[in-house]
Design a protein around this ligand. Structure first.
Ligand SMILES: Cc1cc2nc3c(=O)[nH]c(=O)nc-3n(C[C@H](O)[C@H](O)[C@H](O)COP(=O)(O)OP(=O)(O)OC[C@H]3O[C@@H](n4cnc5c(N)ncnc54)[C@H](O)[C@@H]3O)c2cc1C
Length: 625
């Protein structure tokens, strides 16, 4: 090769290197991938060398859970020119769907896989972040966002620190029941004889203290008036709710705090309603609730499951100026001269932060159901709560606030009381017990389905393979409008094999390898109990319809760690109490992070009532200078 030709080739090579690479065929491309609920459709726009825009153009993901992923990931794909990004914590399914759909669209646009799957370099912000507000709240779940709304309403500046990328914690996945006395709705229900005997049994109990005696006196007076009126509707009042909560929790709760809880719970149902939660008109008794005062939200307008227990407060609080910062994990309460003045921690990227509070700090970080180490450390009641034991909780329910508060001097109460709940292996139909029957693998009932959660879970654990089958019929499926309370289509779940659907009891029995004659006998005996309003075998008192409307449905269930009753000790003002019984100035706590309300056994539907009630109390008190 001549020298001249070599120089020419070198020039051509240099020119070609300085030209932009033709990475894409310019245009708009769409692709979809399966999200948590349904397909997420993403549109990418590219010019010949860059990704210029990414949009999520269609999805049915849950509001609150998916919001940050939908907002943040498209922007990041453009910024990093890559789909090899971290998922938004707490919104894994939505994040993965967005990334997978964007990747498919980019491959359609002619991208080479290796070009769009290079992980961006992590820079991390070395400069510590510093925030200031009147009220600093740790945890953007139901308790935290209720507290935020109350504090911002009082004129305080409010900062909420959330360790994940989503709102809602365990609250947004909750099974949809809030307990509270609701006389107008209870007037639409007729009280059964068994319900009347439950009240009489509660009144006959030996009072453990003056507060309990006060509840019983109040109930007696109200019951006399009810009888004098000749009433037949479902009797209730906050004192009965308090008494049932206290007795149901084996008297180990703080009665004064239970009193504040039950009186506040009556208003909490109204509070959420005023913020836009729509209650299904008919009250029910959630599993383990003991009384028909469970309010179930309709999926509209906030979305399924527990969306109605957190998004109304969050939406309003943010509208009024509360600031939520995501991916900020608090790990320390800053104490000055014995007063809580803020918190510090690390962002997901590893940047240290401090958040100073001039008025109050509220710990609202939820329970520790997903923290195996803490479960095993504190459990005294269950044989074993190690890693193999499933939990219904979101993975972030790790008890962080309990650890932080203990280090700041807070007293912990009831830590050994860990609730197990018998629930579906994959999906529940309904959060209400009225039309559900529990059978074991031998086709027999083994427990009263409306009983205490610890008794049901304990009984479940002693059945063959510690597995049971929950069954219902078309009365319940029609009542649910063909959707589970979580918003999933029941037909679709049957096709996927998550639920078994059968045209007869015989067919249902065969699907679960049960002797059909045994199951038929079980159903017949149960139906006779519904008709008589009396369950001779197990003493069940809550009945819906007879199980007699085909098709019949069933699914496997087992006992899972569901709720942690113990935590930070508070008083009825949501102030944190130290190990000497004194209030820690500036420090408040609300929600599942606290102890002393549910005692040894939480009634179903009482946790949501707790978070809204004490969220309100904490927000009001922490913002009062
Ligand atoms: C599947 C399921 C169904 C349920 N159904 C019902 C029901 O129908 N009725 C009922 O009464 N109860 C129900 N419960 C219980 C109830 O949902 C919870 O007790 C309640 O929602 C807890 O609310 P919370 O605000 O205290 O905590 P959460 O809602 O869990 O919120 C805590 C928040 O704090 C954040 N956080 C934690 N640590 C940190 C940290 N270090 N820094 C920053 N942020 C942090 C978390 O990420 C989370 O967002 C259910 C629970 C589950 C799991």
């Amino acid at each position: 090769m001549t020298k001249r030709l070599m120089s020419l080739l070198a020039l051509i090579l240099a020119l070609s290197l300085s030209l932009p690479a033709l990475a894409y065929t310019p245009g708009e491309y769409e692709a979809s991938a399966k999200g948590y609920i349904a397909d997420v459709v993403v549109k990418v726009t590219v010019d010949d060398e860059r990704i210029t825009k990414v949009e999520v153009i269609k999805h049915e993901e849950t509001a609150g859970i998916s919001d940050l992923a939908i907002e943040k990931l498209p922007e990041e794909i453009v910024k990093e020119q890559s789909v090899a990004l971290d998922v938004v914590s707490g919104a894994t399914s939505t994040s993965n769907a967005i990334l997978a759909a964007a990747k498919a669209a980019l491959l359609d646009a002619g991208a080479k896989e290796e070009d769009i799957t290079k992980a961006p370099e992590k820079t991390g912000n070395a400069e510590p972040l510093a925030y200031e507000a009147d009220v600093v709240i740790v945890g953007a779940g139901g308790a935290g966002m209720t507290a935020a709304l109350e504090a911002v309403k009082s004129g305080a500046s409010v900062l909420v620190l959330e360790k994940t990328g989503i709102l809602g914690g365990n609250t947004i996945v909750a099974g949809s029941a809030l307990n509270g006395t609701d006389t107008p709705r209870q007037k639409l229900l007729t009280m059964s004889d068994s319900e009347m005997s439950k009240i009489e049994e509660a009144l006959a109990l030996e009072p453990k203290n003056d507060i309990m005696k006060g509840w019983q006196d109040e109930i007696r007076a109200a019951l006399d008036a009810y009888k004098a009126e000749g009433a037949t509707y479902l009797f209730d009042l906050p004192a009965l709710h308090a008494l049932q909560t206290y007795v149901g929790g084996d008297y180990v709760a703080d009665a004064a705090v239970v009193d504040a809880f039950a009186r506040g719970a009556e208003q909490s149902a109204v509070y959420l309603e005023e913020l836009g939660t729509v209650w299904v008109e008919e009250l029910t008794a959630a599993v383990g609730a003991t009384w028909r005062r469970s309010h179930m939200p309709s999926a509209e307008p906030w979305g399924p499951k527990g969306a109605s227990f957190v998004l109304p407060q969050a939406t309003k609080a943010i509208e009024l100026g509360a600031q939520v910062v995501y991916e900020h994990k608090a790990d320390t309460i800053i104490m000055e001269d014995g007063r809580a003045v803020g918190v510090s921690g690390l962002t997901t990227e590893g940047t240290p932060f401090t958040a100073k509070a001039s008025s109050g700090v509220i710990i609202a970080t939820g329970g520790f159901g997903a923290n195996v180490e803490m479960r095993m450390k504190y459990n005294k009641h269950w044989a074993y709560l190690g890693p193999e034991v499933r939990t219904s909780n979101v993975a972030t329910a790790t008890g962080d606030g309990i650890v932080m508060a203990e280090k700041a001097g807070a007293n912990l109460v009831g830590m050994e009381w860990i609730q197990m709940l018998t629930r579906a292996d994959e999906q529940d139909f309904s959060a209400s017990i009225d039309n559900l029957v529990f059978i074991n693998k031998e086709g027999k009932r083994f427990v009263r389905e409306d009983g205490r959660r610890d008794e049901i879970a304990g009984a479940t654990l002693s059945q063959t393979d510690a597995k049971i089958i929950e069954i219902t019929d078309s009365h319940e499926i029609e009542r649910l409008g063909g959707k589970t309370y979580a918003g999933f289509d029941i037909e679709e779940l049957c096709q996927k094999g998550i639920f078994v659907k059968a045209d007869s009891v015989e067919e249902l029995a065969k699907a679960f390898s049960i002797d059909p004659a045994v199951l038929q006998q079980t159903i017949d005996t149960y139906n006779a109990a519904v008709e008589a309003g009396k369950d001779e075998e197990f003493g069940r008192q809550v009945f819906g319809n007879k199980l007699d409307k085909a098709p019949y449905y069933g699914f496997y269930a087992g006992a899972q760690v569901h709720h942690t009753m113990g935590g930070i000790q508070i008083n009825s003002k949501a102030e944190v109490i130290d190990t000497n019984g004194q209030v820690i100035p500036g420090l408040y706590a609300a929600g599942e992070v606290t102890g002393g309300i549910h005692g040894a056994n939480r009634l179903g539907g009482n946790a949501i009532a707790d978070i809204v009630t004490f969220g309100r109390i904490a927000g009001q008190n922490a913002s009062a200078k």
